[in-house]
Design a protein around this ligand. Structure first.
Ligand SMILES: NC(=O)c1ccc[n+]([C@@H]2O[C@H](COP(=O)([O-])OP(=O)(O)OC[C@H]3O[C@@H](n4cnc5c(N)ncnc54)[C@H](OP(=O)(O)O)[C@@H]3O)[C@@H](O)[C@H]2O)c1
Length: 280
């Protein structure tokens, strides 16, 4: 381990630590010497992650929580603070996707997605901010998505929740600038996790399958290393992923053109676009 790691003995609270990006981040920050608080709903999976941490595994704490239960979250923040007496980094990473047309998605699912992906995140951040302000230190890291920047079919409520994160945290950043509190918004591209299998359809059931594109997507451990590097550099925003990042550029350059590409078959069009500009 690097003795000069900026994460050495820092307390990092990660939500969504039981799988995918959050699990990979847990291993990455552990490698870099941090003390971890691991959260998600599944206590058994979190205990498994804790067992596999490369460093400080005996010090790591498991804090099961359901982000949909907004009324419980302030108590969870108090519990998280009680473990080490401080929190240095809050990684708001847990999230659920949707996989259905907006018209097939009842409002309950829209609300569920907003609660898990957006309201829980801002609620925990607000509860932590007095602690950060008192210590004149703290860093909030938010996992957004390309869907926080533009929309593609069948993920309307997911995209809405991710857009909301940008609105809230970009504003918050401007309010906390004098308190030595940092805020990083991470924009993963397509990362190889089981997010599509865990995604909800309009019926409320899980989609249950890993999309083809995700089976060969950007490796999650590599994504975690890049995210940790971006946090270390206190990047305000960082795209993490493969050549799909070109869509961010296109969205700025010509949103009209991007919309034309993604209108019907976004992934097919994206592959066509990448071929056309020589990316594969
Ligand atoms: N993979 C990608 O390509 C990609 C792209 C862009 C953005 N992202 C974002 O990255 C983040 C992590 O996604 P992932 O790809 O790692 O997906 P994942 O493997 O499905 O992980 C999602 C995590 O969120 C937790 N979670 C879900 N519902 C929860 C709830 N109600 N309360 C507490 N925890 C909950 C899950 O744990 P439990 O089931 O144990 O609760 C799991 O640990 C998400 O915010 C996602 O939107 C991913």
């Amino acid at each position: 381990m690097d003795k000069n790691s900026p994460f050495l003995n820092k307390v990092i609270w990660i939500t969504g630590a039981s799988s995918g990006i959050g699990e990979a981040l847990s291993y990455e920050f552990s490698k870099r010497g941090a003390f971890l608080i691991l959260s998600s709903r599944s206590e058994s999976k979190l205990l498994e992650v804790k067992k596999n941490l490369p460093l400080n595994k005996d010090k790591a704490k498991v804090l099961p929580l359901d982000l949909e239960q907004l009324n419980e979250l302030v108590k969870k923040v108090e519990k998280a603070l009680s473990f080490f007496g401080k929190i240095d980094f809050f990684i708001s990473n847990a999230g659920v996707a949707v996989k259905d047309f907006a018209l097939n998605t009842p409002l309950e699912i829209d609300v569920k997605l907003m609660n898990i992906n957006y309201f829980s995140s801002i609620l925990i951040s607000k509860a932590l901010l007095p602690h950060f302000i008192k210590r004149n230190a703290g860093h909030i890291v938010v996992t957004s998505s390309l869907s926080g920047k533009y929309g593609v079919p069948k993920i309307a409520s997911y995209a809405a929740s991710k857009h909301a994160l940008h609105g809230f945290y970009e504003t918050l950043r401007s309010e906390i600038v004098n308190y030595n509190i940092f805020l990083s918004i991470i924009i993963p591209g397509i990362i190889k996790t089981e997010i599509t299998a865990h995604a909800l359809t309009g019926s409320g059931n899980k989609f249950g399958k890993i999309d083809k594109t995700f089976q060969t997507a950007y490796p999650v451990d590599k994504a975690a290393t890049k995210i940790a590097d971006a946090v270390m550099k206190r990047k305000e925003s960082a795209f993490i992923g493969g050549s799909e990042g070109v869509t961010l550029f296109l969205n700025r350059l010509s949103p009209w053109l991007l919309r034309r590409f993604i209108r019907n078959h976004p992934l097919k069009k994206m592959r066509q676009l990448k071929r056309a500009i020589g990316l594969n």
